[in-house]
Structure formats: C-alpha cells, structure tokens
Design a binder for this molecule. Sequence first.
Ligand SMILES: C[S@@+](CC[C@H](N)C(=O)[O-])C[C@H]1O[C@@H](n2cnc3c(N)ncnc32)[C@H](O)[C@@H]1O
Length: 247
Amino acid sequence: MNREQISRIAHADHPIKAPLDDAAVRQLLARGLPRGDEHVLDLGCGSGEWLVRALAAHPDLHAEGVDTSADALAQARESARDRGVAERLVLHHQDAADFASARPFDLVVSVGAAHAFGGLLGTLAAARRHLAPGGRVLIGDGFWEHPPSPEAVEMLGDFSDLATTVDRVVAEGWTPVHGHVSTRRELDAYEWACWGSLASWALDRPAEPDGAHALATAATRRAEWLHVYRGAFGFVSLVLCRTPDLP
Ligand SMILES: C[S@@+](CC[C@H](N)C(=O)[O-])C[C@H]1O[C@@H](n2cnc3c(N)ncnc32)[C@H](O)[C@@H]1O
C-alpha cells in the first residue's frame, strides 16, 4: 500500500486535506473571490477540493490545479465531473515549483503544500509570480501554538509562532485581508477523520491483504499526533493582497 492509497482512504471523510471545517473553507474562498468570475490557480491542489467548491459556488469561475500526485489529480477530475464543473477545471501533473503559465491568476491558492516551495515565504514568492495585478493569495500553513519538542520539529518542520509568521508575511509585502486560525475542534476533527477513516477501512475488511498495514499506520499516526505534536501545532490560513508601495 503506497502513501497515495493511504492518503485517499484517510481523507475519505475530510476531502480538504487541512484542518479546516466547511464554514471556514467557504469564508476563505468568499474573501479570496470577491467577484466570482476570477481565474484561480491552486499550487498543490491535491484532490482539488478547494477548486471544485469554488467552481461549484461560482458558475463564471475558471480554475487550474497543479499537483505531483497522479492519484489525487484523478480524484480531482472525478469530483469535478460529479459536481458538473469539469469543463472549467484544468489540471497539471507536475511539480508546482516548476509550473509556468502564460496567463496570470486573480487568486492563487496553496494550502498545506508549503514544503513544495521550501516554506511559507517560498510559497508566497511562487504565488506572486502567477498573480494578476490586484489579485489575492489564499495560503494555509502550520505554526507553533506552543513551543514544540525537537521530535515535533523533526516530524512537521520548523515553523514560527503565529505572530512571527504573520510578521514575516507582512514584511514580504503582503497585507492580510482575512485570516482563519484553525480551532482546537478543527485540528482534532481533521486528525480523528484521517486516522479514524483509515482504521475503519481496515476493520471493515478483515480479508483485505493491506488491512494490517493500514491499521498499523492509523495507530502510528494517531499516536504521533497525540504524543508528539497535538499540544504544539496550529494552522493558519490567510487571504493576502500585495501591500501598495507608499509614496
Ligand atoms: C496536505 S496536501 C493539501 C492538498 C490541498 N491543498 C488541500 O488543502 O486539500 C499537500 C499536497 O501537496 C502536493 N505536493 C507536494 N509536493 C508537491 C510539489 N512539489 N508540487 C506539487 N504538489 C505537491 C501533494 O501531492 C498533496 O496533494
């Protein structure tokens, strides 16, 4: 069983692969898409859930997604077809850091994919290259709510605290016009959904050859979350505009 198969099963009940509930996703998209006829790009789109929700909410919207996972893109294609928005969605199977497009985008989304760009600021630099004048960026990344253990840093990467994270974004010339800090409920709901779905998949299929591996993975990941990073990890999503140069 490879990582992509595990991810597909783990996210069956939480198709947004980040700790955000549906209301938060809706509000972030609404702030990122003030008109409703924008061209949107998602760098690290996964199964395309952000784009498909945006397209379903706005009939004049067009979207493109980039991801290295063929399996996630196949899911995105399927879900766009199911929701009747496939003709307005273009998907690119490639490294998002190498993605180039002749057209600029009014909204660039990148949630939970900052590792593809070496961190949050690298993601913002990439987003800026694709941004139309006056466009917005919707970004989501981790931060440390409390000081992490060395094991948590090793596992998740080296984040800053929330204030420092936002200060760094602002220092790079961005102004937050909306933000969402994932609640304890959202953070916990995401982890329970992932590791609960994976465990449940295995338990429901006693004859499945991959069942033992899936169950062991669910147990390991649940224990890592509870023992290593639950007390330290936070997640922030920001809608950003470029800060104008002051005279
Ligand atoms: C945590 S998931 C987030 C998916 C989606 N943004 C969401 O919020 O539902 C991270 C995604 O980044 C993708 N990814 C990782 N490295 C990448 C890269 N270098 N280029 C493009 N996608 C990448 C993974 O395949 C995965 O789909």
